[in-house]
Design a protein around this ligand. Structure first.
Ligand SMILES: [Zn+2]
Length: 219
């Protein structure tokens, strides 16, 4: 996989320290499942965080550790750990990276696509108010309406690719957009582009028609 667009270090740090919302954690975890470079970066950040915590809260005395270890061994011998079997993965979801696939599997056996013209959309429940988690399947060569953002939008390519004024994005690439970016992503010609997108606030439609209907929509 040839990934050239990654989350910036601030996002990875928020993810590593657990400071990130569930919606954004889902998209970062899905990118990490596809990106060894960012996985290494997150492990390094977690090690640094762990070392800083250890310095502030030194581990307990060795004797306590030994007793706790023996207690755990005795408990494990009495109650061997039984891992619950994972439910089978529905075939329609098999190609998605595990964090997203697990979330989708908990909702059903297929992505709940909703078609409107050349674009299919599926909303996943978001825990945080104002956040939206959506999947998009854009027909080859078609675009989503031109828009800007009221908050942050992360878009991760799962299949195919898209382009906008900032460049070309293919499987595994993640785009970070904010209020500064006004764009109209256009799917590549050959195959449908499937993306996962997370927003922290409503989009702002900015095309000629979009400016008129934006106040009426809740996108
Ligand atoms: Zn990456």
């Amino acid at each position: 996989m040839n990934i050239s667009h990654h989350p910036d270090q601030t996002l990875l740090l928020d993810y590593a320290t657990g400071a990130m919302s569930d919606a954004f954690s889902l998209i970062i975890a899905t990118h990490l499942a596809m990106c060894p470079a960012c996985r290494r970066e997150v492990s390094a950040l977690e090690r640094i965080g762990g070392a800083m915590l250890d310095r502030e809260n030194p581990p307990q005395a060795r004797g306590d550790d030994f007793e706790a270890l023996m207690a755990r061994i005795e408990r494990d011998e009495r109650e061997p750990e039984v891992r619950p079997a994972r439910p089978p993965v529905p075939p329609a979801l098999a190609t998605f990276p595990r964090p997203l696939r697990d979330r989708l599997t908990s909702l059903g056996s297929d992505v709940p696509w909703n078609r409107r013209g050349a674009i299919e959309t599926a909303f996943l429940p978001a825990a945080e108010p104002g956040h939206k988690i959506r999947m998009l399947r854009i027909a080859p060569g078609h675009g989503v309406p031109q828009h800007s953002h009221r908050g942050t939008e992360l878009t991760l390519v799962l299949e195919g690719g898209f382009s906008d004024i900032t460049g070309n994005y293919v499987r595994g690439d993640i785009q970070v957009a904010d209020q500064e970016l006004d764009h109209q992503p256009l799917a590549d010609d050959q195959v449908a582009c499937i993306c996962l997108a997370v927003t922290s606030d409503r989009l702002r439609l900015t095309g000629p028609l979009g400016r008129i209907i934006d106040p009426l929509l809740r996108v």
